[in-house]
Write a protein that binds this ligand. Structure first.
Ligand code: ADP
Ligand code: MG
Length: 257
């Protein structure tokens, strides 16, 4: 039975380190937070503060040194590889650089339906039909399925990456600076698309950015990270309008400059 009070995602004392010669750098140093279903949590911080590493740990792309990542009540460290693959279908990621995340030799229709093929959820004509549906859902054209990534603009490439990310109907979407590489006007359009999809699909979002103006518009709650630790957390109104940490104040100043 689904427990609707249970958070979709719980992170408990997460630590991630990377080797640096004989030393270790601590990228994430004891981070704890939870994310309720249907809400959007902003993860804010300066460059190098550990935001992407948190995202990658949640998506099982890096292995934590310690701590727990609990998705829908299941501790991910307790799962075998097959179960992890199943879990991956329930959480998907959108990256900052839309071009870099798309295989340039594959047609767009194939790119966005590859997850369905890999997970054995559709084949043949069904895949082609799903590709067209997904393209329309992200504001592109059915005909775009037969084109290649280089034929699209940065914003359109991000739409393609989003189409691929939603193809498996994930519950959690992890967005790592999804608009940071785009022009301001395009940023607004991509945010609008994500907001629409969030409503349509009932998505829960972990939304990483260095821009508090975007967080203000888009998120319910925020955590502010610095040097791998959470230095401030709260609902958007309190974080933006009565920040307590100097880092938050700096981020606000640079976001609204
Ligand atoms: P952010 O996304 O906030 O800019 P990151 O999570 O990318 O920060 O990086 C946090 C810290 O971890 C930085 O000091 C960065 O240099 C380091 N780091 C991130 N990924 C790696 C990696 N694959 N190997 C070594 N160091 C890394
Ligand atoms: Mg990053």
């Amino acid at each position: 039975m689904m427990d609707s009070n249970r958070p979709l995602l719980e992170i408990i004392d997460l630590k991630v380190t990377f080797p640096l010669g004989k030393e270790e750098i601590s990228a994430v140093d004891g981070v704890t937070f939870s994310l309720s279903r249907g809400t959007t949590l902003g993860v804010v911080g300066e460059s190098g503060s550990g935001k992407s590493t948190i995202a990658r740990a949640v998506a099982q792309l890096v292995i934590p040194k310690s701590g727990q990542i609990i998705f829908d009540g299941i501790d991910l460290s307790s799962l075998n590889n097959k179960a992890i693959r199943g879990m991956r279908a329930r959480m998907q990621m959108v990256f900052q650089d839309p071009g870099g995340s798309l295989n340039e030799y594959m047609r767009v229709g194939k790119i966005i339906t590859e997850p369905l093929l890999v997970h054995g959820l559709a084949k043949g004509k069904e895949l082609a039909k799903r590709a067209e549906e997904l393209l329309v859902q992200v504001g592109l054209q059915k005909e775009d399925a037969s084109r290649y990534p280089h034929e699209f603009s940065g914003g359109q490439k991000q739409r393609i990456a989003i189409a691929r990310a939603i193809s498996l109907k994930p519950e959690l979407l992890i967005c790592d600076e999804p608009t940071s590489a785009l022009d301001v006007t395009v940023q607004a359009k991509i945010l609008k698309l994500l907001a629409n999809l969030r409503n349509e699909l009932g998505l829960t979002l972990l939304f990483i950015t260095h821009d508090l103006a975007v967080v203000n518009e888009f998120c319910d709650e925020a955590i502010v990270v610095s040097k791998g630790k959470i230095v401030e957390r709260g609902d958007i109104t309190s974080v933006i309008h009565s920040p307590s940490h100097p880092i938050t104040k700096e981020l606000i100043a640079s976001s609204y400059a």
